[in-house]
Structure formats: structure tokens, C-alpha cells
Write a protein that binds this ligand. Structure first.
Ligand SMILES: Cc1cc2nc3c(=O)[nH]c(=O)nc-3n(C[C@H](O)[C@H](O)[C@H](O)COP(=O)(O)O)c2cc1C
Length: 315
């Protein structure tokens, strides 16, 4: 298999699971050998245990789904003690995703997960800033990933830890390039693009939101073009910054497309709900695609859309 490189991190291949879509550790291993993946990105973990949002938490939409899981989790201490060992036993390359309600929460969560040999820490910045307090129901808070100075503070704090740091950013802003640049300046070795797009669905019978929390995050094929555009824009402005592309990947062509606009590797999320074996299918499918297209290194296609396409860059 052709390996992939995200900054300093060498991976077996460019296919990872997306945070929050395959559980906290090895839940998916009844379907796939997780050690075959580039990495498993686990569900975002906070320094504290968290209940998440009221049900219903998922609602199917045309071309994707809405979720408001609300970052339910057992907390970093329990994750380190009970979940990470399962991943280690199965020789899984693990990326720990972290979240919090304030800068200190992030730094503390990062310190806790860094006590075990994770390959990288992905900072989920699509959380509300409530300075240590949980959001009141229905309240609107500043999302970290939409605020350049908050992103700076968090990435600066977490980057004191000697593990590759990826900043996972939100597509719900027109400041994406500036925010990605800020994350890189503060020490992020890559950015993960994109988290879900803000969305909502109303039950036509009741006139009430379909999700228990009101709005939610849209994922799946419906957001793939948003991901392609986000990766394209950030790679064009910051060609030296490694990008992990995520959003609506359901097949080999989607993964290739994200690489062609600048992603060094990809993650697959929502597609797992219909096809739990999608990740290894992509690993095998990409290998076949590369062979058929005479590609020996992924670097041959990464960013090729910025260079006039494949034929142009060959010539
Ligand atoms: C049910 C669900 C839960 C998610 N939980 C998280 C999470 O805990 N942390 C995170 O960074 N992203 C989370 N995401 C976002 C995904 O990691 C991914 O960025 C997004 O869904 C787009 O990729 P996809 O279209 O392949 O699903 C979640 C997505 C879904 C559908």
C-alpha cells in the first residue's frame, strides 16, 4: 500500500475514520481490521465525562444526515485507562480528538491523552466557548473555530505537547483561510477540513425540530463539495500546510478529489452508518486506483488541481 504523510507523521495509507462516527476505540473491529487503516480518529474526548444532547440525535436528510450527538463521552482519564489499551492491543494507529468548553479544558484534555502513545491529537474546534460552563439549552455561543484569536490560544496551549497537532476546523465561516493560517502559526502541523455544516430539519407533522437539540451538524455526500472547496481554498493560500480532507467521502473518487485539491490524507465518517466496511474498501480501492493510473506516490496527485490537472502536471 502506498503510504501517506501528514506533516511529520507517516501513515500506512491515506484513509482514516472521522471522529465521532466509529466510536471511542475499537467498536468497528467486528467489521474491519482497524490496523489496516491509516489511522482511527476516535470520538472527541473532553477532560470530563459528558452526557451529550437530548435525543433524537440523528436525522437522515437527502444526501446525508444531521446530528446533534453533543460530544457524549467518558472523559479523558477513563479513555486512557479503558479505551486506548484496546486500540493498542489491535495495533491501531490512533489519533485522539479532543474538545472542551474553554482553553484550559483543551490543554488539560491534550495532556491527558498524551500520556499514551497516540500518533497525533486532533483538536475539535467546532465547540462553543462557554469559558468552563456548559451551554444553556438553546443558547448561542461563540464557536472556537470561528474565532481566530481563540483558535490561536487553544492551538498555542496544546502545541506545547510534543505530538503532532491537527486543528479541525469548521466550514461555517468566511474566515477559514485566516483561521487555518493562525492554527499553523501557533504550531498545528496540519488542519483537518471540514467538520459538519450547521443545519436543521423540521418535522412537518409537529412543526418542531427533528433533533432534540434543535439544530445540528450536516454531514455526508451533501457536504462533499463544501469540503472540496475548503481544502482547495486553504491549499491555494497555504500550500505548505498539510491538510486532512473530510466530508462526504463515500467512494474512491471522492477521496481522490480531496487529494487533488490538496489533502494529504482523507477521513470517512457518515458513510460508515450504511457501510461499516467502507474504510478498508477505500484502502483497497485507492490502491487499485493508483495502480491503474500509474501513481506511485500520493504526492503525484496531491494538489494537482492547482497545477492545471493531471495531464498538465505530467507534461
Ligand atoms: C454522528 C456524528 C458524530 C460526530 N462527532 C464528532 C466528534 O465527536 N468530533 C469531531 O471532530 N467531529 C465529529 N463529527 C464530524 C465528522 O468527524 C466529520 O467531520 C463530518 O461528519 C464530515 O464527514 P462525513 O461527511 O464523512 O461524515 C461527527 C459526525 C457525525 C455524523
Amino acid at each position: 500500500m502506498i503510504g501517506a504523510r501528514v506533516g511529520s507523521l507517516q501513515l500506512r495509507n491515506p484513509v482514516m475514520t472521522a471522529s465521532g462516527t466509529v466510536g471511542h476505540s475499537t467498536e468497528l473491529s467486528r467489521y474491519v481490521d482497524l490496523s489496516r487503516l491509516g489511522a482511527v480518529v476516535v470520538k472527541s474526548i473532553a477532560k470530563f465525562a459528558w452526557e451529550g444532547n437530548p435525543p433524537p440525535r440523528l436525522a437522515p436528510t437527502r444526501g446525508g444526515m444531521l446530528n446533534s450527538v453533543g460530544l457524549q463521552g467518558m472523559g479523558a482519564e477513563a479513555w486512557v485507562r479503558e479505551e486506548f489499551p484496546k486500540l493498542e492491543r489491535q495495533k491501531v494507529t490512533t489519533v485522539a480528538s479532543i474538545w472542551g468548553f474553554g482553553v484550559d479544558d483543551y490543554v488539560e484534555a491534550a495532556r491527558m491523552v498524551a500520556t499514551v502513545p497516540v500518533a497525533a491529537i486532533e483538536i475539535n474546534l467546532s465547540c462553543p466557548n462557554v469559558s468552563g460552563h456548559p451551554p444553556a439549552s438553546g443558547a448561542t455561543h461563540q464557536i472556537f473555530a470561528h474565532d481566530e484569536s481563540l483558535v490561536r490560544e487553544i492551538v498555542r496551549g496544546v502545541s506545547t505537547i510534543d505530538i503532532p497537532i491537527w486543528a479541525k476546523l469548521s466550514p461555517n465561516t468566511d474566515r477559514l483561510v485566516a483561521i487555518a493560517a493562525a492554527a499553523a502559526e501557533e504550531g498545528a502541523s496540519a488542519v483537518t477540513l471540514i467538520n459538519t455544516a450547521l443545519g436543521m430539519a423540521i418535522d412537518p407533522q409537529t412543526g418542531r425540530p427533528q433533533l432534540g437539540n434543535g439544530g445540528g451538524g450536516l454531514s455526508g455526500p451533501a457536504i462533499h463539495p463544501l469540503a472540496v472547496r475548503a481544502v482547495f481554498d486553504v491549499h491555494r493560500a497555504l500550500p505548505g500546510l498539510p491538510i486532512v480532507g473530510v466530508g462526504g467521502v463515500v467512494g474512491v473518487d471522492d477521496a481522490v478529489e480531496l487529494m487533488m485539491v490538496g489533502a494529504s490524507a482523507v477521513q470517512v465518517g457518515t458513510a460508515h452508518f450504511a457501510q461499516p466496511r467502507i474504510s478498508v474498501r477505500l484502502v483497497d480501492g485507492l490502491e487499485r486506483w493508483a495502480r491503474r493510473n500509474g501513481v506511485r506516490e500520493w504526492s503525484e496527485i496531491i494538489g494537482v488541481a492547482h497545477r492545471g490537472g493531471r495531464n498538465a502536471s505530467r507534461g
